[in-house]
Design a protein around this ligand. Structure first.
Ligand SMILES: O=C(CO)[C@@H](O)[C@H](O)CF
Length: 538
């Protein structure tokens, strides 16, 4: 048969400007991925000398990425798509994601260049002189502790700042980064006409104008009042002068921010009517890609474990981060990070299951739910949630013991890790609902016995999903959402055709009774350890 020629297919593009690469997927109207490609900073742009896409400075705490590397990576990726014969004329809309918290500083006059790009030249050649800061701070930076303390002091303390902006002050959060640049490089700050996040910067490259910051990624700055969805004047003033005019007004994440620039129409053949939907942070975009719904939780079981929560009524605390939802302007999402994730599971596997996952699984299958009341806390590195380090074991009488039998130790680790997740999620206002689904991803999500414990502790079914492209795919879904009318159309409606996650485990009979008793005991012991170890001051 003659080679089947792919009939042109209407699609949306989803971009991800992440720490290590720029990635793109094309998704058709049936929500199938029909194209994907990427450019890796270290491999494809070695002249910038990054490692993992960043430069870690000699002080060990300052971490930046060269903005022109991001621009040039987009040039290369668009050229790769063109060379592969990708039909840009079929693109109805595009959206995207960026690593959260990073900031880009556009120099006075840059907007004139952005709006009059010549289609005969690549972007990076034309934007060479458009940035007042060439090495942009990114989320791995932790050089702004002073600015964090100043902001919390100005706002009445960490808890007050968390209630207003969804997080206490964190070094990587953009307001503190802007404050540092204003304090240490006032010249560059005064020559800055616009400050973008990585997400809104990337959108600007497609728009051919400054794209606004969306509510969801804007929630990662310690500057946005997350209930009212406006910049907090007090936070702005505490960070740097004339900041509001450099940020511009924030917009709902599903907003159509404009049509693609004529630069892309003429150079690549995008249709003039191709819509640009506001870009957002990589984690909010992943939540959209996982199609998290009210009451659901996504658990990413990686080096550190990350929890994605859907919250209707958030109760901001001193741990975790609450962001405006990227798919529902009335609701919120939260991130909770547990540093002792797979590295801790591998250590206990090596010590108590002779380096074997099948031994590890056998131990889980040969011990009962609730582990006969034995509880364990395993934090070989300083834990983030909560701030504890060390290992602590307690028997059914709440007495401290120095060791457990091997299979008890294994169940104590896994039950403890998942009980901690449920307790701290509920601390942020999360509640398990009858329709709750748990979406599991990451390495440990391939171990069915570990997922069984997850289902038992939460009393909810566990599904496994592949999230390799979740930020890109979520961005393409959000492009369809913006195209369909955004806030007036439920996101779940727009994405109902997408492939469904696979059911991996359902709660064992009697599970909720067991953990109803054990969860408060675990919480009490955690508080007891915290009070005894006096974690680093707040
Ligand atoms: O800092 C983070 C979230 O708060 C990271 O997950 C970055 O978004 C990674 F790019």
């Amino acid at each position: 048969r003659a080679m089947a020629v792919h009939a042109p297919r209407r699609c949306c593009l989803g971009w991800d400007f992440s720490t290590q690469q720029v990635k793109v997927v094309a998704v058709d109207a049936e929500l199938n991925v029909i194209y994907e490609d990427s450019v890796h900073f270290d491999r494809d742009l070695p002249e910038f000398g990054t490692q993992g896409g960043v430069h870690v400075h000699k002080d060990g705490v300052t971490v930046t990425s060269p903005v022109l590397m991001w621009v040039q990576a987009l040039d290369i990726l668009l050229e790769k798509m063109k060379a592969s014969g990708f039909d840009f004329s079929q693109v109805l809309a595009l959206s995207g994601a960026g690593q959260q918290h990073g900031s880009i500083y556009w120099k006075a006059g840059a907007s004139r260049v952005l709006t009059s790009l010549s289609p005969d030249l690549p972007l990076h050649q034309q934007l060479q002189a458009c940035f007042s800061i060439s090495d942009c701070p990114v989320w791995m930076d932790s050089s702004t502790t002073t600015q964090c303390r100043q902001l919390e002091a100005a706002m009445g303390g960490a808890q007050a700042l968390s209630c207003l902006t969804g997080s206490r002050a964190y070094e990587r959060f953009t307001g503190n980064q802007i404050a540092k640049i204003y304090q240490q490089n006032p010249e560059a700050y005064s020559h800055t006409e616009r400050i973008s996040l990585v997400s809104s910067f990337a959108a600007s490259l497609f728009l051919g104008a400054y794209s606004p910051i969306d509510y969801s990624d804007g929630s990662g700055m310690n500057l946005l009042h997350i209930q009212d969805k406006v910049w907090s004047q007090a936070c702005l003033g505490a960070c740097a002068p004339h900041l509001e005019e450099k940020l511009g007004p924030p917009v709902p994440s599903c907003s159509v921010v404009g049509a693609i620039s004529s630069y892309h129409v003429q150079r690549y053949g995008f249709p003039p009517g191709c819509k640009v939907v506001a870009f957002t942070g990589d984690n909010p975009a992943s939540l959209a890609g996982m199609r998290l719904e009210e009451g659901d939780i996504a658990v990413s079981l990686g080096t550190s474990d990350t929890l994605f929560l859907w919250l209707q009524e958030p109760t901001p605390t001193l741990e975790g981060h609450i962001f405006c939802s990227p798919v529902d302007t009335q609701h919120y999402m939260a991130l909770l990070c547990f540093k002792n994730g797979s590295l801790m599971r591998e250590k206990i596997r090596n010590e108590s299951a002779s380096h074997s996952w099948s031994e590890f699984s056998k131990a889980l299958r040969s011990t009962e739910m609730g582990n006969s009341g034995n509880l364990g806390f395993y934090f070989d590195v300083m834990e983030i949630t909560p701030e504890i380090t060390g290992r602590y074991r307690f028997n059914a009488e709440n007495q401290k013991v120095s060791a457990f039998p091997k299979d008890v130790e294994i169940r104590a680790l896994i039950e403890g890790q998942f009980m901690a997740k449920r307790i701290h999620a509920e601390g942020l206002g999360y509640r398990v609902m009858p329709k709750t689904k748990i979406l599991a991803t990451g390495g440990a999500s391939h171990n069915r016995d570990i997922l069984q414990v997850l289902a038992d502790v939460f009393g909810a079914p566990v599904y496994v999903i592949d999230t390799a492209n979740s930020a890109c795919v979520g961005s393409a879904y959000r492009a369809f959402h913006g195209l369909a009318g955004g806030t007036d159309v439920p996101f779940s409606e727009v994405v109902k055709l997408a492939p469904h996650p696979i059911l991996a485990a359902t709660p064992s009979p009697g599970a909720s009774q067991v953990y109803e008793t054990l969860l408060p005991q675990y919480a009490k012991l955690e508080q007891r350890i915290l009070s005894q170890t006096q974690g680093p001051s707040e």
